[in-house]
Design a protein around this ligand. Structure first.
Ligand code: FMN
Length: 330
């Protein structure tokens, strides 16, 4: 089904995917997402490739997958020299069918070990990693990229790499059209999607600052050459967004919050669970007019019980909703 979503040149009704977000798209969130109706495909958060060798696939909230999670793509944070043969073999034996290479991460700690967007820049390492990955992975292989580094000649470097990834045999690319130096400060240049799509026959998934159905429809011309769109932060704010895309529905915000807390508690040990709930609250708060008070109340809670009581107090006051969530500053 993931492949069907990626038919090149699909017009007007691109498939909708949930982006990888470190600390957010863990097994508990994906459980909630699936229960609310799912989406075309969901990405795990980026997984340190070497760690795959020692992960407990039955219990780890990073790699654990429930039966209702269809079309789950495992994203690897990989660097040249990682034993991709063993890593990909382990994923295959665990029933994984789709792998994504993270060539986009702008975080200093990731770039410092020559992974993420730094791997996209270093063409020798990129060639080595992508070629090895293709050789050892018979399943769906995709990559997530940015525009590269904001330096003169970036268009030629970008073109060279995109065309290499096509020749190498990848199945699709996701483009988040920002430079790595931009982090999230400048806007995503979605208008570059048609140009990027013209460089390759690979299906292109468009990502970056995309909102709800109305917003995406307003970007029609920029997105027509995209085979799919991918939502990141908006999917955390509104995990129901995919299921209600064409048919907006009333939403039980308190009920969804309670489920998220329960699912996080099921999958994480207590200290991490509290942190993950605080992180989720940061984005979930963007649904409400006085969301900052919710965000602070949950973020400062010292125990799960305190977080629970504070959230119940907030929802008991029927908080007013925002028509358009604002999360750009988070
Ligand atoms: C908190 C956070 C964590 C992220 N983690 C990842 C990650 O693990 N892998 C990745 O490829 N991108 C990661 N991203 C980037 C998102 O996948 C996405 O490209 C970006 O947020 C832009 O899309 P959006 O505007 O729909 O959020 C992360 C972004 C945020 C805000």
């Amino acid at each position: 089904m993931f492949e069907e979503c990626l038919i090149r040149g699909r017009r007007y009704a691109p498939a909708r995917f949930c982006a990888p977000l470190a600390g957010y798209t863990h097994s508990a969130f994906r459980r909630l997402l699936a229960e609310l109706g799912g989406c075309g495909a969901a990405w795990t958060e980026m997984l340190a490739a070497r760690q795959i060798l020692s992960e407990d696939f039955a219990r780890s909230p990073y790699v654990r997958r429930r039966p209702e999670e269809v079309n789950l793509i495992f994203q690897l944070m990989v660097k040249a020299g990682d034993p991709l043969d063993r890593i990909l073999d382990r994923l295959g034996t665990q029933g994984v069918t789709a792998v994504d290479l993270n060539l986009a991460c702008d975080a200093f700690s990731i770039r410092n070990c020559e992974a993420g967007s730094a791997l996209f820049e270093n063409f020798d390492s990129l060639r080595r990693v992508a070629t090895e990955a293709r050789r050892h992975w018979p399943g769906q292989l995709t990559a997530k990229i940015r525009l590269g580094s904001r330096k003169p000649g970036w268009e030629a470097r970008f073109t060279e790499r995109v065309q290499f990834l096509e020749t190498c045999g990848l199945d699709a690319l996701t483009l988040h059209p920002r430079f790595f130096e931009d982090k999230f400060k400048r806007r995503s240049q979605i208008e570059l999607i048609p140009w990027a799509a013209s460089l390759t026959r690979l299906p292109l998934i468009a990502n970056g600052d995309l909102g709800d159905a109305t917003h995406v429809a307003s970007l029609g011309a920029s997105l027509q050459s995209a085979s799919a769109i991918m939502l990141g932060r908006m999917a955390i704010v509104r995990p129901w967004i995919f299921a209600t895309w064409d048919h907006p529905n009333s939403v039980d915000h308190a009920g969804i919050w309670r489920k998220m807390c329960q699912y996080i508690t099921d999958d994480f040990a207590p200290p991490t669970a509290l942190r993950r709930i605080g992180m989720f609250a940061k984005y979930y708060a963007a649904n409400f007019q006085f969301g900052h008070s919710f965000r602070m109340a949950i973020g400062n809670a010292r125990t799960m019980a305190e977080a629970h009581d504070r959230a119940e107090d907030f929802f008991s006051r029927s908080p007013a909703l925002l028509a358009t969530p604002s999360y750009a500053e988070i």
